[in-house]
Design a protein around this ligand. Structure first.
Ligand SMILES: [Zn+2]
Length: 249
């Protein structure tokens, strides 16, 4: 019997799939989002389902205890299993993991040696929290890759730019991770546009960036939760199927 907490997380995560498709940040039926519902079980999208059709009831309930078993969980995409099961198992603060190939972040991940710049207010939110995987070695097809990604996240990073591949964002709640994914892509969009002008970038200093990051962190409204709540309210009005808890298969 699913707990109220699991049911809420199912609806929240389903909403983020639908919004990712609305924003054009999805990739055919690939890419994957996951969220812990207790200390060892997590939700993950099933292989082959388009983000635009994802429902709360579609999400697989899997167990981190099976990470490292050498077997891919039933219904899971092989690369999703190896990445998400291991990161959830090894990074306790990564309660929610969102992995996309969203276009602007992925563009920056494909520039040789590129460092995410403190170029605008949105970028400063991520000061000191962006890590890089510059050793693309093909798709995640075995246990070692998930462990390596978990190490790269370290103690503080919430964004991992996956070189020649995409991005991974982790957070404590669906609202936190969704807000981070949204703002990271917006900041990356601005950086790609700024680079495209060929003019020198007006990069902010670390001192200003650090102050601005703290202001984001201490902001006196629960903006991330409001962002998710409003996103769900829009879907409730014109795409309410996301919240369907019935099993489809
Ligand atoms: Zn990927």
């Amino acid at each position: 019997m699913a707990t109220d907490r699991e049911l809420r997380i199912r609806r929240e995560l389903a909403a983020t799939f639908r919004w990712t498709a609305r924003l054009g940040w999805h990739e055919a039926v690939a890419n994957h989002f996951s969220a812990m519902v207790d200390d060892h079980r997590f939700l993950l999208n099933p292989v082959g389902r388009h983000f635009a059709r994802m429902t709360a009831g579609d999400l697989l309930l899997l167990d981190t205890a099976d990470a490292g078993s050498g077997e891919v969980a039933d219904g899971a995409d092989i690369t999703a299993w190896y990445l998400h099961a291991h990161v959830h198992a090894h990074v306790p603060r990564a309660k929610v993991i969102l992995h996309t190939h969203m276009p602007y972040a992925t563009t920056l991940a494909c520039l040789d040696g590129y460092e995410f710049q403190m170029l605008d207010q949105n970028a400063c939110r991520f000061f000191g929290r962006v890590a890089y995987d510059r050793d693309y070695g093909g798709m995640f097809m075995d246990d070692s890759e998930g462990d390596r990604v978990a190490r790269l996240l370290g103690a503080d990073n919430s964004v991992l730019l996956l070189g020649n591949h995409g991005v991974m964002v982790v957070g404590e709640t669906v609202a936190d991770a969704w807000d981070e994914l949204y703002y990271f892509e917006r900041a990356c969009q601005l950086q790609v546009l700024a680079l495209s002008t060929g003019r020198p970038l007006a990069v902010l200093g670390d001192d200003v960036a650090a102050v601005t990051a703290k202001q984001w962190h201490d902001y006196p409204h629960a903006a991330a939760q409001a962002h998710l709540d409003e996103s769900m309210a829009i879907l409730d009005a014109d795409d309410p199927g996301y919240a369907d808890l019935g099993a489809r298969r």
